[in-house]
Design a protein around this ligand. Structure first.
Ligand code: NAD
Ligand code: ZN
Length: 251
């Protein structure tokens, strides 16, 4: 833990002199909110087949399997933002963080107060009927899902697809190009809670590095990309980010 304290000091120094920090988050930032990640200890892939529940092919074969999975991931957990989401929002208020790029679909950064959030994999905010194109707000679907697999009220179809990027689908090109711009512009690029294995999202730290940004990673487990980073902290995002914000405020 002592060595983590030294690393936290290093992060504080980098953030204090940064003019444009970009935070890049993955499922790990929401673990302390009770949403399990895909990979790592307690990861969903230990119990679900990604091909079945998170690919566009699986969804088209059987949308019900996806909704059972979504219920466990997003409804049963009744997730609220945690210390890590709030700390990242605070760093934006302090003028340090200019953008949050997230792979998450849970909308917890916005709920915590971050205003510039680039959602690389979309979000659950809207759900579309693939048959009759009726659009629903997530809250309407969320209410139904407690009792039954949701169906379209207009046409009865089970093909209700949230505006998230499934495996096998392309990322929204406007969001991806904004995220790439941010990676080029920033002087500090800070990864929080990502295993950095899902591409093209995981390419962004490389772009930042090529443009001479300092790279920080805060992740519970080591990743295969740790050697790319100037500061590597292994631990829980909430505790670590809270310490960082407190130190930035009190010196
Ligand atoms: P991942 O599941 O591959 O990896 C999560 C990483 O978070 C792991 O390396 C783990 O060590 C780390 N971690 C776990 N608890 C942590 C904590 N308390 N603090 C810091 N780190 C912690 O996640 P990924 O890289 O985001 O890729 C998975 C894909 O899954 C993404 O595309 C994302 O869209 C999707 N996903 C999203 C959610 C969500 O919206 N909350 C949840 C699960 C998966
Ligand atoms: Zn319909």
């Amino acid at each position: 833990m002592d060595s983590n304290n030294n690393k936290i000091e290093k992060v504080v120094e980098l953030l204090r002199s940064s003019k444009h920090t970009v935070v890049f988050t993955g499922a790990g930032v929401s673990v302390e909110s009770g949403i399990p990640p895909f990979r790592g200890a307690g990861g969903l892939w230990e119990r679900y087949d990604p091909e079945e529940v998170a690919s566009i092919y699986g969804f088209k074969r059987n949308p019900k399997a996806f909704w059972e999975f979504a219920k466990e991931l997003l409804v049963k957990t009744k997730a609220e933002p945690n210390k890590a989401h709030y700390a990242i929002a605070e760093l934006e208020k302090m003028g340090i963080v200019k953008a949050v790029i997230t792979q998450n679909i849970d909308m917890l950064h916005q709920k915590a107060g971050s205003s510039r959030v680039l959602e690389l994999h979309g979000s659950m905010e809207y759900v579309d009927c693939l048959d009759c194109h009726t659009a629903y707000k997530w809250e309407e679907i969320e209410k139904k899902i407690e009792k039954e697999i949701p169906r379209c009220e207009s046409c009865g179809s089970y093909y209700l697809k949230p505006r998230v990027v499934f495996f096998g689908e392309a990322l929204p090109s406007d969001v991806l190009s904004e995220a790439m711009d941010e990676a080029r512009k920033c002087d500090v690029f800070m990864v929080v809670g990502s295993s950095l294995v899902v591409y093209p999202a995981a390419h962004l730290p490389f772009i930042a590095k090529e443009n001479e940004a300092k790279l920080i990673i805060i992740n519970y487990d080591p990743t295969d990309r740790d050697e790319l980073f100037d500061v590597v902290i292994h631990g829980k995002a909430g505790d670590i980010l809270l310490k960082i914000v407190e130190k930035l405020k009190h010196v």
